[in-house]
Write a protein that binds this ligand. Structure first.
Ligand code: DGP
Length: 126
């Protein structure tokens, strides 16, 4: 499978330091920062630093080190937000939009971590 990546997308610019961001956590392979249009009191985007366009691109082509780092970063974000159910937090939801049907706006792989209020059911009618 040949995946394409456009390095002019806004998250690539954030990673290059061309656009500011509200960083929550940075690791060797991942960056977590607050969404500019938060949908919940806590709305953090977690992105890999590598050039992956969608979740499937990342899942199929990233190195084990990148995937472990990314997954741990999501866990650390849940911890930092106080959202972990295991420690009395209210929980959280992860969403990764990929492609047209999911209305992915930024073509750099990202996971939304949403927390801070009850989130309702996973999908509303289209
Ligand atoms: P998606 O539809 O899954 O591609 O969501 C992209 C998200 O990115 C959307 O919730 C708004 C957010 N976003 C877009 N531009 C910027 C930006 O320049 N900075 C930050 N922090 N978030 C952005």
């Amino acid at each position: 499978m040949a995946f394409a990546y456009d390095d002019q997308n806004i998250f690539a610019k954030i990673l290059r330091g061309e656009i500011p961001n509200d960083t929550v956590l940075e690791t060797d392979h991942s960056l977590a920062f607050r969404d500019i249009h938060p949908q919940t009191p806590d709305h953090v985007l977690v992105i890999p630093k590598g050039p992956y366009a969608t979740y499937d691109h990342f899942a199929l082509e990233a190195s084990d080190a990148e995937i472990v780092d990314f997954t741990r970063t999501v866990g650390r974000i849940a911890e930092m937000l106080g959202a972990q159910p295991s420690t009395g937090g209210g929980g959280f939801r992860m969403i990764s939009n990929a492609g047209e049907d999911a209305i992915q706006e930024v073509p750099h792989m990202h996971v939304h971590v949403l927390a801070g209020r009850p989130l309702g059911r996973i999908l509303q009618p289209a």
